[in-house]
Design a binder for this molecule. Structure first.
Ligand SMILES: *Cc1c(COP(=O)(O)O)cnc(C)c1O
Length: 360
């Protein structure tokens, strides 16, 4: 069997140690005689798996006690709706920062529920930078301010948590959660789909401050109300049990690898190496402002786009797959989440150099 280095933006690579463990436990989890996917979510075995996953992510992110951790379905996209439905709490406006494709989707969904104040946008800059915080229009009367901490498609990332004063701060961290240390206490809500940095799709992690729960818009469907999920320990309906279990294995893997600080240091090294290789070449280019570059998603173009297909084919031959850029951006994109080992970056850099040497 030969494993490739998978640079997919999502669903994305999962640590091989996690997959090995899931394989070993597939038919008989811990002497239960059954697979985790066959277990009742109410049984003591699955409840122990669920509780351990929550305890581990609380430890990894140092989540304060006054926050609930929810394991929800419907991906990050459902959170685009749940956030306004739960946080407006009688108000009719929310602030959004537009830094790219995922911000736009969140904004579009919020507009179904309230007026949106565009606090900042980098659209005029073709989304190549994060707008400087001192230029933001922050309306303290809004219910909250929402931003996308890492734009998976454009490859731009916030390097700091924006200071919005007393306003409730909400972040879509789908593509950089657990890749860097953050202070959860600065946030009202953090949410992220599972399939970038936490394992498989089918599950989203939502971290909500206690005082914001129980204020869902009247008439909200039960599944959209954070309170129902919080009161039921994320078992208001049948949860995505197998995805929850795998997410828990990823949390254990991060702990075994030194926690978020150690993973972050490794992510910094990985990204620096790859950007340095791109910047040192006249053949490859990354258009993003240096200070706003993502550590997780690295888009790059070839000087001659007619060589794109040949590049992808050579990459595939070298065991490097899913490097094609998003259809809206073109070129290439290397997604290098927590699960991408440093060897994968080294292999990509040497393949790029060899391609440049022979084809450029
Ligand atoms: C992938 C992604 C989403 C959408 O996630 P789904 O699980 O498909 O709903 C939202 N925001 C960001 C930043 C993403 O990368």
């Amino acid at each position: 069997m030969s494993r490739v280095y998978n640079f997919s933006a999502g669903p994305a690579a999962v640590p091989v140690e996690v997959l090995e463990r899931a394989k070993n436990e597939m038919l008989d989890w811990n002497g239960s005689g059954m697979s985790v996917m066959e277990m009742s979510h109410r049984g003591k075995e699955f409840v122990s798996i669920a509780e351990k996953a929550e305890a581990d992510v609380r430890e990894l992110m140092a989540i304060p006690d006054n926050y609930k951790v929810l394991f929800l379905q419907g991906g990050a996209t459902t959170q685009f709706s749940m956030v306004p439905m739960n946080l407006l709490a009688g108000k009719n406006k929310a602030c959004y920062v537009n830094t790219g494709a995922w911000s736009k989707k969140a904004i579009k969904e919020a507009k179904i529920h309230c007026d949106v104040t565009l606090s900042a946008s980098s659209e005029s800059d073709n989304f190549m930078s994060i707008p400087a915080i001192n230029s933001w229009d922050i309306d303290q009367d809004a219910a909250y301010l929402h931003y996308t901490s890492n734009e998976t498609i454009g490859g731009v990332e916030f390097q700091d948590v924006p200071d919005v004063g007393d306003l409730n701060l909400v972040s879509d961290m789908s593509s950089n959660i657990l890749s860097r240390e953050i202070d959860v206490s600065k946030f009202a809500v953090i949410y992220a789909g599972g399939q970038k940095n936490m394992g498989p799709s089918g599950i989203a992690l939502t971290i909500v401050r206690d005082d914001l729960i129980g204020k869902a818009q009247v008439g909200s469907p039960s599944m959209m109300d954070y309170k129902n999920h919080a009161d039921a320990g994320s078992m208001f309906n049948t949860p995505a049990t197998y995805s929850w279990y795998l997410m828990g294995l990823v949390f254990e893997w991060i702990k075994e690898n030194g926690g978020v600080a150690a993973i972050e240091a490794r992510n910094v090294r990985k990204a620096q190496k790859l950007y340095a290789a791109i910047d040192a070449s006249d053949f490859y280019a990354n258009p993003v402002e240096v200070a706003s570059r993502s550590r997780m998603n690295v888009p790059f173009t070839l000087a001659n786009s007619e060589l794109d297909a040949a590049f992808l084919s050579d990459a595939k031959d070298a065991g490097l797959v899913t490097l094609k850029g998003h259809r809206s951006v073109g070129g290439m994109r290397a997604s290098i989440y927590n699960a991408m080992p440093e060897e994968g970056i080294d292999a990509l850099i040497s393949m790029m150099a060899e391609f440049e040497r022979t084809k450029a």
